[in-house]
Design a protein around this ligand. Structure first.
Ligand SMILES: Cc1cc2nc3c(=O)[nH]c(=O)nc-3n(C[C@H](O)[C@H](O)[C@H](O)COP(=O)(O)OP(=O)(O)OC[C@H]3O[C@@H](n4cnc5c(N)ncnc54)[C@H](O)[C@@H]3O)c2cc1C
Length: 436
C-alpha cells in the first residue's frame, strides 16, 4: 500500500492555499497547509482591492461582516499623469455602499491570517516555517513533497498555491522559466494617516473607500502604472512596472516611488503621513498565454502560481482568482478522493471547473490585454501626455480666437510624439484587446 500522510497537501498559505485547504478540510479530507513564512501572510503583498464579493460570500458566508475588511470601494478613479499634470475620471456608485458591497480594500497580513484561520477551523493542519523544497514524483505522478530539504510528506493530491514564479509548478515540469516581459515588479508603501484626515481628503463618509489607478509618467518610461487605496487609518500607495522595460528605463523602483509621492497632485493626499510598511513583490502579468499547465497526475496549480492575474489597464485582479481557483482545485481534489483516482484525467476535472466558473473564458477573452494594452509603450508613455495637454488647451482661454475642440486636439497631436497612424493602430490594438 502507498504511504499517505495526508489526503491533500496544499503548498502556500496565501489566499489560494488557504481557500483550497479550507474547502478540502470541510469536505472531510486530512489536509496539510504548508507555509514558508513565520505566519500566513507574512511574506505577502497586494494593493489591495478585493473584488467578486458574491464568490466570497458563497465560500465564506457573511464575509462582509466577519472578514478584516478595511473599506468598501464606492469610488473608482482612473488617472492619466504627467510630471506636473493629472487628468482623472472618477466613478462614484452608491449602490456599492450596500451590503455585501462590490469590492473592498484590505491589508494582506490581516486578510491572509483570517483566511488561514478559516482553513484551520475547518480542520486543516497549518505548518508554518515549512519550505517545500521539492516534489516527490513516481511513475510520472506527483505523490508528495519534500519539506525543508529533508522531510518527505506523501499525499495523493498536491495543490500548488506557492505564488508567482512557482517553485512547485517548475519542479513538477508544468511551468517554464518566466521572461522579464511577462512579469512586473510591484512596490508599495503603507502610509499611516488618521481616519478623519483620510475621510476629509478623499471626501468619504463611514467605511466608504477609493481605489485609484494611474497610468503615465508614474512608472517612468517603463510599462506600468500606479495605485492608491484608502484604508481605515492608512493609505496604500504603489506602482507596478514591467521588469524588462523597468530594466531598460534605467529607473529604480524606489526613485519612481519617490517621484510619485512628490507629484503636486499626490502630495496633498499623503501629506503628514508616516510610512508604516514598504515592500516589493512580483506579479505574473502575462495573462492566459503565460499560464502554467494547470493540472497533471497528482497535482493542480492555483492562483499566482498558475499565472492567474487579470490586468486590463483598468483592472488588476489576482486575489479573487487565487481564492476561487484554490476552492475549485479543492472541489476537484474531493472528487478525486471519492473516486480514488488521481490520474491526469481525474486532475483535469479542475480545468473543467475553471472553465465552468467563467475564470478560463475571462482570461481567454482578455488574452491580448497584456501585450496590446498593459505593455503598450504609447499607452504607457504618450497618451497620458496627449490627454493632459488636450485638457490644458481646452481650458486655455488665452488662445484667441479660442479654437474648437477637434482642431485644437489635432494641433496637440501634431506636437506630440504620436502620429495619426499610431493612434489608429493603437485604437485597433486596444479595441481588439478590450472592446470587441
Ligand atoms: C504591488 C501589488 C499590488 C497588487 N494589487 C492587487 C489588487 O489590488 N487586487 C488584487 O486582486 N490583486 C492584487 N495583486 C495581486 C495579488 O497580490 C496576487 O494575485 C495574490 O496574492 C495571489 O495569491 P496566491 O495565494 O496565489 O499567492 P500569494 O499571495 O503569493 O501566496 C503564496 C504563498 O505561498 C508561500 N510559499 C511560496 N513558496 C513556498 C514554498 N516553497 N513552500 C511553502 N510556502 C511557499 C508564500 O510565502 C505565500 O504565503 C497585487 C500584487 C502586487 C505585488
Amino acid at each position: 500500500m502507498e504511504r499517505r500522510d495526508f489526503d491533500v497537501i496544499v503548498v502556500g498559505a496565501g489566499p489560494a492555499g488557504s481557500a483550497a485547504a479550507m474547502v478540502t478540510a470541510q469536505g472531510g479530507a486530512k489536509v496539510a497547509l504548508l507555509e514558508r513564512g513565520l505566519y500566513a501572510g507574512s511574506k505577502n503583498l497586494s494593493g489591495a482591492g478585493l473584488y467578486d464579493t458574491a464568490m466570497l460570500e458563497r465560500l465564506y458566508p457573511n464575509f462582509h461582516v466577519e472578514a478584516p475588511i478595511e473599506r468598501y470601494v464606492t469610488r473608482k478613479m482612473l488617472g492619466f499623469i504627467t510630471p506636473d499634470q493629472l487628468m482623472s475620471i472618477s466613478y462614484q456608485d452608491d449602490k456599492k455602499a450596500l451590503a455585501p458591497y462590490e469590492g473592498y480594500t484590505v491589508l494582506r497580513p490581516q486578510l491572509d491570517m483570517w483566511l488561514a484561520e478559516k482553513a484551520v477551523k475547518a480542520g486543516a493542519y497549518l505548518f508554518t516555517q515549512s519550505v517545500v523544497t521539492d516534489v516527490i514524483k513516481e511513475n510520472g505522478a506527483v505523490k508528495g513533497v519534500i519539506v525543508n530539504d529533508n522531510e518527505k510528506l506523501y499525499a495523493p493530491v498536491v495543490i500548488a498555491a506557492d505564488g508567482v514564479n512557482s517553485f512547485l509548478a517548475k519542479a513538477a515540469g508544468m511551468q517554464k522559466e518566466f521572461h522579464p516581459h511577462q512579469m512586473s515588479l510591484g512596490v508599495k508603501e503603507v502610509i499611516s494617516l488618521s481616519r478623519q484626515t483620510i475621510e476629509e481628503r478623499f471626501q468619504l463618509k463611514g467605511n466608504e473607500g477609493v481605489a485609484f489607478e494611474l497610468v503615465g509618467s508614474v512608472s517612468g518610461f517603463a510599462n506600468g502604472g500606479g495605485f492608491i487605496y484608502t484604508h481605515k487609518d492608512c493609505i496604500s500607495i504603489g506602482l507596478v512596472a514591467q521588469l524588462s522595460s523597468l530594466q531598460a528605463s534605467g529607473h529604480t523602483p524606489y526613485q519612481l516611488m519617490d517621484d510619485f509621492k512628490q507629484h503636486p497632485a499626490i502630495v496633498p493626499m499623503i501629506a503628514g503621513g508616516v510610512t508604516r510598511e514598504y515592500g516589493g513583490h512580483l506579479i505574473p502579468e502575462g495573462g492566459y498565454d503565460c499560464f502554467s499547465k494547470l493540472s497533471d497526475a497528482g497535482i493542480m496549480v492555483t492562483g499566482d502560481a498558475a499565472g492567474m492575474v487579470l490586468v486590463t489597464g483598468y483592472l488588476l485582479l489576482g486575489i479573487n482568482y487565487a481564492i476561487e481557483s484554490g476552492a475549485l482545485a479543492a472541489q476537484n481534489a474531493l472528487n478525486a478522493l471519492a473516486a480514488n483516482d488521481f490520474s491526469k484525467a481525474s486532475m483535469a476535472g479542475y480545468n473543467k471547473l475553471l472553465n465552468e466558473s467563467g475564470i478560463l473564458p475571462t482570461f481567454k477573452k482578455f488574452r491580448k490585454a497584456p501585450v496590446n494594452v498593459v505593455n503598450n509603450v504609447h499607452l504607457q508613455n504618450n497618451y497620458a501626455d496627449l490627454i493632459c495637454n488636450i485638457m490644458h488647451n481646452l481650458y486655455d482661454v488665452g488662445n484667441k480666437p479660442i479654437p474648437k475642440v477637434l482642431p485644437m486636439a489635432k494641433g496637440v497631436l501634431k506636437e506630440s510624439e504620436l502620429s495619426m497612424g499610431d493612434v489608429v493602430k493603437d485604437v485597433m490594438k486596444i479595441g481588439g484587446a478590450l472592446l470587441w
